[in-house]
Design a protein around this ligand. Sequence first.
Ligand code: GRF
Length: 206
Amino acid sequence: MSESSPCRLGVLVSGSGTNLQVIIDRIESGEINAEIACVVSNKADAYALTRAAKHGIPVVVHENTRFPERRSYDSATVEILRSYKVDLVVLAGFMRILTDAMVDAFPNAIMNIHPALLPSFQGLHAQQQALDYGVRYSGCTVHFVDCGTDTGPIILQSVVPVEQDDTEETLSARIQKAEHQTFTTAIKLFVEGKIQVDGRKVRIKT
Ligand code: GRF
């Protein structure tokens, strides 16, 4: 990406949007040379939409309930993202598994944040899974998205301790702090052209 044409992000959300907020803040502060072209939500009441609108970012409510199956929903999502000329798709709390209709349209250009150290604790309630297993450390993982559930090539991970008295809420809060830092660092690396993917392995250029 050149200085004159910032990388265009399409951010997909379903909920509160704290990760979206940090991305917005780091772009506005000039740390990340990108522009959020659109925020797309599959939930009409996602607070992330309010956050985006406050910053003048175009928002699209794109409810999956209107589509008979996942693939047709994803094909429609691709059309939306293409209409906004998106370079990088960022899944910031987007609670859906993608099909090949999305994955093939943006090869190695869809990033997700997961609240555990993959490949441990894939899928939903990763923080509770970590507590139930009794691990001493958990964390978060930023990875490229393939058609599996949290299985794509790993870009960055951050570790946080699990305390003896943690609940799902306290551990989630600790992990979320790490998520905000790790996700925005990965986006910055992508925008600066510093990420190279070789099969499952991601190399960060220094
Ligand atoms: C985060 O915990 C992330 O790991 C998971 O969804 C949550 C989104 O939180 N994929 P927020 O909407 O960014 O606050």
